[in-house]
Design a protein. Sequence first.
Length: 417
Amino acid sequence: MMLEMLSRAKQAKYEVSALTTQQKNMGLQCMAQALIEYKEEILIANRQDVEKAKGTVSDVMLDRLMLNENRIEGMAKGILDVEKLSDPANRILSENVREDGLKITKVSVPLGVVAIIYESRPNVTSDAAALCLKSGNVCVLRGGKEAFNSANAIVTALKKGLKKANITEDAINLVQDTTRESANILMTADKYIDLLIPRGGAGLINAVVKNATVPCIQTGTGICHIYVEKTAEIPMALKIIENAKTSRPSVCNAEEVLLVDKKIAKEFLPLLKEVLVDKRASENKIPVELRLDEFSQSVISGVSAGQTDFDTEFLDYILAIKCVDGVNEAIKHINEHSTGHSEAIITNDKQAKEMFVNGIDSAAVYVNSSTRFTDGGEFGLGCEMGISTQKLHARGPMGLQELNTYKYVIFGSGHIR
């Protein structure tokens, strides 16, 4: 059955790539309307997933899984945001006319069939479908078993939207099998899949990178760092760190590691503990567990950092803290331990800012800002297929442009070589 679905997807890619911008936009509008129209069915399905997951995953991971009316409305808005963006397909990227009159053009074209393997975030279902349709691609979605009912209800609604817009329902496909076998089939479906994107934890991403024979994009686990440099404005630094760590710790752009200049550590760390631990506990919020290097432990109380704590994506209310001697040591530590996702410096020193920006080898580098902005919607891309932490083809939030490739079209008048 899965190979039959992939065969239909391959056939559909020729129809979808030929859609006009107006047809694609109508499809997106109908998809967004369908999410709202069938939101009760989606919520019922999601409650089944949430009930099944309770007691087996952490509260922050349960939050990633849960939908409500506001989140469904946000998903619909995300689709409409994509609809408003420029169509990336069939644009002339460059043009060259030779002396003999041969005209060589470089034209953007859809990739074809884009498969995405993802875990417990139902909103990825609608984001991926919207981006693929607008860029002229067919999508094959393979979600995790913990969110299958939600994804199935969402895809059912989206397909009804496509039908209303007179677009083939095979433009959006959901793999019904959530076992490892289905993931292995996608990884090796060279005959059908043009690009595979894994979106989830380190285990999933490593498995795809290791086993895939189809082209794939390595999307990021996010061991995101913030470095508080000695000239930083402390109130601003505390505000940024609180946001980066606690606003939604289960996502890949949340802060996992804090580096603090030793020159301000004795002043800064007690204030940080007050904000992330003591104040949150007094307000009946989950306090952040601080995992401290030796220097930090001499200043505040916390858990001693283990050997792997500076190489772990916690996705939880946990923060590893290390004190460093200046910007050069901070850059060295980040480049050795980062996954290449998002890093930030808090500073008022122009030279330190320039050294950090030029020295950090990650997809997104921030100055005096939370890392939580590394997101397709926040970057003006409507939504995203994932955050690429590699350097070829796509880097950072993957939007419409990254879902197109190009081909050369050559116009002659009897030219021969």
